[in-house]
Design a protein around this ligand. Structure first.
Ligand code: FPP
Length: 259
């Protein structure tokens, strides 16, 4: 694939994607929603592959939200089956290319077969260092914040942390994945202007890219467009243009996890 115009020295370190529009893609073609998810799985493979090739270090895919549990049983079952199949099929490639898999979300709610294979791939790939793929599964931003708050409240109750010692870094350290930097770029497909309970804490300064393209149609060309648009932006993190300087890069790093 031609990467014309892409500046490899200014790639987003972490890209997060709200994959939306599988159902609409299927409906437009008179197919079942499940067929839409199947095609969506192919987009997942294509985008992980392209991210690896161009050197994106972290990629998060919002694959299943806590709200998605309320979908019809056959759709939930089909999504879980696709996930299991994806994990089994991609595991050798993850090892070959140094891809580490991690997950965010409430794993305890996943069916045992999916949880088992997920944990096996996470364990197997934990030492891989070239790229990290984060799957958001049974995930919602508020749920993660509730679980983080419970964990800090337990520390305070047990005398291991004073309430005044709670700061942004400590909160970040108690979220599901403390060693993943905040997303630089958040992509949403299918044109909806919503965050849908995704990474609420982590996207404070992420650049947003919303495309009308439905997720099953989101492939190399659309991804490249999103990356090029990102590179045209000036990220200011609440500072002035003068503080940022000519390079367009942030001169002053924010504290905590900000990449
Ligand atoms: C949103 O489309 C998409 C999902 C709820 C699930 C995403 C799942 C996949 C892409 C397939 C499997 C995932 C992996 C990681 C292998 P929607 O159903 O909400 O679409 P709609 O808004 O058009 O109805």
């Amino acid at each position: 694939m031609e990467l014309d115009g892409l500046d490899k020295s200014r790639l987003p370190q972490h890209v997060a994607i709200i994959m939306d529009g599988n159902g609409r893609w299927a409906k437009l073609r008179g197919k079942s929603r499940i067929e839409g998810h199947r095609r969506g799985k192919t987009s997942v493979r294509v985008i992980v592959e392209m991210s690896r090739k161009i050197g994106i270090r972290f990629l998060t895919l919002y694959a299943f939200s806590t709200e998605n549990w309320f979908r019809p049983h056959d759709e939930v079952d089909a999504l879980m089956g696709l996930l299991e199949h994806y994990l089994v099929a991609e595991q050798p490639k993850m090892m070959r290319y140094g891809i580490r898999l991690v997950a965010v979300g409430d794993r305890a709610r996943l069916p045992a077969n999916v949880r088992n294979v997920l944990e096996r791939v996470i364990d197997l790939t934990q030492g891989n260092q070239r790229m990290t793929v984060v799957l958001a599964l049974s995930y919602s931003g508020r749920d993660e914040i509730v679980r983080m708050t419970q964990s800090l409240a337990r520390l305070a109750r047990d005398g291991q942390c004073k309430p005044e010692a709670i700061d942004e870094a400590l909160i970040a350290a108690h979220l599901d994945n403390p060693d993943v930097p905040d997303p630089d770029l958040l992509i949403r497909t299918s044109g909806e202007m919503r965050i849908s309970n995704f990474y609420l804490w982590q996207i404070a300064y992420s650049e947003l890219h919303v495309t009308p393209t439905l997720w099953p149609d989101f492939r190399e060309k659309e991804f490249l467009q999103a990356l090029l648009e990102y590179q045209r932006r000036r990220r200011r993190f609440g500072r002035t243009d003068e503080q940022i300087g000519d390079s367009g890069e942030l001169a002053v790093k924010l504290g905590g996890r900000q990449s």
